[in-house]
Design a protein around this ligand. Structure first.
Ligand SMILES: [Fe+2]
Length: 323
């Protein structure tokens, strides 16, 4: 027997996940929360206060006053993949009165991530069926991992995971195929950190796009995919599959016009007939914490792939030295 709604007090806008049948499933996607422990500096700088960003997004979701079945977090939960950062993230995610399911990003290291996301109501399930849908959660950095002496898949030493733009790997690709064949519901939706083939040159990796090109054609139940990583909210098609991208809590941008944006999240409605609708939403404007201001030529050059992070850091250092 499943848990009774009476066992848990739900906030007024949160729907009991065990109520059935459901013609529509409502999901909120957070991504790139990049939590820091108190006093820590953000990797790469130019970051919002991610605690304040979470609070503001949480308030915005509550203000939406829409019933929710699930909250999904698509990676880069912690900024440096540290245990204290996951503790803070889990404390935050527990505040939702519905299940929260999380998949890892390139900033998430496998062991502290798995240990830190284990809470009542917060989990790292790989497959969740709700109604007519199977939500499949993919580790889009799995290809950088390799077995240790015991055979356990572990992250590579150094910063290879931290800086990858997506690497599915043969084992993860085979797992996606098998799971999508095995589920008995008619519709599949994939949640992952790295969206395949994003239009943003900084985050586009041809090898990773090729990995997904070789997979998506074999998934007749696939209705869409959603990720984060770029910190630029977006919606596009990859091999005729709709792809949605959520913004970030660390910093969020639009490319047209070229602007900084408030912390962003996405809402989704999944219907029994296989249709998906999604809307990009923002935390409330705050001119001190996340002003909507244009960004300059240097940041544009980074996004367009004309310069790398090392050049960006060098330019910033030269500007600081010049006063
Ligand atoms: Fe990120």
């Amino acid at each position: 027997m499943g848990p009774s709604c009476g066992m848990r007090l739900l906030a007024p806008n949160l729907r009991c996940p065990y109520a059935a049948p459901m013609a529509e499933i409502r999901v909120v996607q957070l991504s790139d929360t990049h939590f820091l422990a108190d006093g820590e500096e953000a990797e790469g700088g130019a970051a919002y206060d991610t605690d304040a960003a979470f609070d503001a997004v949480f308030d915005a979701i509550e203000a939406d006053a829409e019933p929710l079945d699930l909250v999904v977090v698509t990676g880069d939960v912690a900024d440096h993949g540290r245990s204290a950062q996951y503790r803070k993230a889990a404390d935050a995610f527990e505040r939702f009165g519905v299940p929260v399911n999380v998949c890892p990003g390139n900033h998430d290291f496998v062991t502290p991530f798995a240990a830190g996301m284990g809470r009542t109501g917060v989990s790292t399930s790989r497959v969740i069926e709700i109604g007519e849908w199977a939500f499949v959660f993919v580790d889009s950095s799995a290809g950088v991992m390799s077995p240790d002496a015991s055979g356990l898949a572990v992250d590579p030493p150094g910063e290879e995971r931290l800086h990858n733009n997506g690497c599915l790997g043969q084992a993860e690709a085979a797992w996606v195929r098998q799971i999508c064949e095995s589920v008995t519901v008619p519709h599949v939706f994939i949640w992952l950190h790295h969206p395949p083939g994003p239009p943003l040159p900084l985050c586009f990796d041809e090898d990773y796009a090729a990995e997904w090109r070789a997979v998506v054609g074999d998934l007749p139940k696939l209705r869409g995919m959603a990720g984060g990583h770029t910190h630029v909210p977006d919606a596009y098609e990859f091999e005729s599959v709709p792809v949605w991208v959520a913004g970030s809590f660390k910093n969020s941008f639009s490319m047209d016009p070229q602007m900084w944006l408030p912390p962003a999240y996405r809402s989704y409605v999944f219907s029994d007939d296989g249709t998906v609708t999604s809307e990009n939403r923002y935390a409330a404007d705050n001119d001190e914490l996340w002003p909507r201001k244009p960004f300059g030529r240097t940041l544009k050059s980074l996004f367009m792939g004309e310069i790398g992070y090392d050049e960006l850091r060098q330019i910033a250092a030269e500007r600081a030295a010049a006063g």
